[in-house]
Design a protein around this ligand. Structure first.
Ligand code: NAD
Ligand code: ISE
Length: 339
């Protein structure tokens, strides 16, 4: 079966995922797109022969659309995801699931009312080979219980529109999701402090930021978010456990020796760093849709938890670095809990 996908939002990542669904994932085709910038939608649709529809609601209702991809701006996600659930169509939503915990809970409740999972959230790191290798080692128990995780998330630069809160909401949210999954644990508190700021930032921005999280089992996580590091896109993750240590591998890169030095290039952008992870994420999502099974990736519950945790981190930042408790509701049975 070829899954017919409708795409809401044909901007930067929407176009990248459309290329992926067209050129990489064999069992999918993009049949309809929509964007509030209609010219952009038409330009993207033309080479695909896809329909350009006037709104997200009409795209979701279309008989030519089996599954929905939401790649519009964050504050618009909840409306589209709720419409897709109401139509009973599988929906892949780029992060964040929604920008408020209340909207995330509305999505969770809508899914529970239908009695099955229809939503997958675009936390692609769970599909990265290196993180998957780390999870296999940690889950095997061969290094013992995890105690501490050291992480860094560095971007070379960010535009002026990037705010201090986005360090948690837009950037650290990837570590928040992948560490909940990697450790199979929940985050219970957050703290954000700010060291000396880099001179390479826009004046309004607090950069870098140091984030600290504690899990229910008492694991401590430290995360450096530095979004104007200049030298490249650099993701680090090291788990210290009772009997050993597990480190995220560096991306494969050729070593060059010349003129008395030995170097390897550093990637410059998250699109290159996680290209394979995005491909795997969409292959697995389309396979679940084609088989009629529930999605196996990050769920609406994971999207909700990530938003509650990033909210706590932003509150800590705004309060000058106090430790803020994370108040996640009891997990419903649909998502593996008991509530
Ligand atoms: P973008 O601004 O390049 O594109 C968004 C597009 O959505 C624009 O063309 C805009 O006109 C359109 N749009 C906005 N509201 C709409 C609506 N209600 N209906 C139809 N179209 C609408 O943004 P982007 O960088 O592509 O980001 C889109 C989403 O993807 C964001 O939520 C962002 O956080 C997420 N994202 C995820 C990753 C990742 O690593 N997983 C990376 C980048 C962006
Ligand atoms: C961006 O939105 C992403 O999702 C990238 O993965 C992340 O590295 C970057 O910091 C965000 O701005």
């Amino acid at each position: 079966m070829t899954v017919r996908v409708g795409v809401i939002g044909t901007g930067m990542i929407g176009q990248d995922h459309i290329r992926r669904l067209t050129d990489v994932v064999t069992a999918a085709t993009v049949t309809a797109v929509t964007d509030i910038d209609r010219d952009r939608a038409a330009e993207v649709a033309a080479p695909l022969g896809a329909a350009v529809l006037p709104s997200g609601a009409e795209l979701i209702a279309s008989a030519e659309v089996d599954a929905v991809l939401v790649t519009s701006w964050g504050p618009t996600h909840a409306e589209h995801v709720l419409n897709a659930i109401a139509a009973g169509k599988p929906v892949f939503c780029e992060k964040p699931l929604a920008t408020t915990a209340e909207d995330c809970l509305r999505i969770v409740e809508a899914e529970r009312a239908r009695g099955r999972k229809l939503v997958q959230v675009g936390f692609m790191r769970r599909y990265d080979t290196g993180y998957r290798q780390m999870k296999k080692v940690i889950s095997s128990g061969s290094v013992g219980a995890p105690l501490i995780v050291h992480c860094a998330h560095r971007n070379p630069e960010v535009p002026e529109a990037y705010t201090s809160a986005m360090a948690a909401q837009d950037t650290a949210v990837h570590e928040i999701d992948v560490l909940r999954w990697l450790l199979d644990d929940e985050i219970v508190s957050a703290q954000v402090i700010t060291p000396r700021a880099t001179g390479n930032r826009f004046a309004h921005l607090k950069d870098p930021q140091l984030m600290y999280f504690e899990t229910a089992q008492g694991i401590r996580i430290d995360l450096e978010v530095f979004v104007n590091c200049r030298y490249g896109y650099d993701i680090q993750c090291e788990t210290v456990a009772e009997e050993g240590l597990v480190r995220l591998p560096e991306p494969a890169a050729v070593g060059v020796r010349t003129a008395g030095s030995h170097s390897t290039a550093v990637l410059q952008d998250w699109k290159d760093r996680f290209a394979e992870a995005f491909d795997t994420e969409f292959r697995e999502w389309i396979a679940s849709v084609a088989s009629g099974a529930e999605p196996t990736g990050p769920s609406a519950w994971d999207g909700y938890a990530a938003t509650v945790i990033t909210d706590a981190a932003v509150r800590s930042l705004e309060a000058g670095g106090t430790v803020v408790s994370v108040d996640i509701k009891p997990r419903p049975a649909l998502y593996g809990g008991t509530a």
